[in-house]
Design a protein around this ligand. Structure first.
Ligand SMILES: [Zn+2]
Length: 131
């Protein structure tokens, strides 16, 4: 025999009250926090005068073409800034490494330098003993 309504009238049965309690407990966790825009306000004039990372001319001199939702920026000159030389470690995309990968690289470099220094000192001591 099943009951359509059980428990106290108005607030459902134990089953539905259980899920109401679960909902109330989990709601603060799963509701999204309101987005706060804490980035500094962008100055339009400053944006227009920023240098282009490709050619170095101000952005305001560039032409923008929007086709199929892709924005294509056209530089006013054919001159290009020289690409920055990277003789450090690269990440998995071939870009200069940052973050933890760079830290590990620097730690390894320091460790290898210390090992070379220790080997050189040991060699010098051995030569001094022979002489
Ligand atoms: Zn440019």
């Amino acid at each position: 025999m099943t009951r359509d309504a059980a428990g106290r009238p108005g607030d459902g049965n134990a089953f539905s009250r259980f899920f109401v309690r679960v909902d109330n407990a989990l709601e603060p966790i799963f509701t999204t926090t309101p987005l706060v825009d804490d980035s500094p306000p962008v100055d339009e004039q400053e944006l227009r005068s920023r240098p282009c990372p490709v050619c170095g001319r101000p952005i305001s001199e560039h032409a923008f073409e929007e086709t199929n939702g892709n924005v294509i920026m056209e530089c006013p000159t054919d001159e290009r800034l020289p690409e920055p030389l990277s003789n450090g470690p690269l990440n998995e995309f071939g870009m200069p490494a940052t973050g933890r990968r760079l830290e590990k690289y620097e730690e390894r470099q320091a460790r290898e330098e210390a090992e070379r220094e220790a080997q050189r000192e040991a060699r010098e001591e051995a030569e001094a003993e022979r002489a």
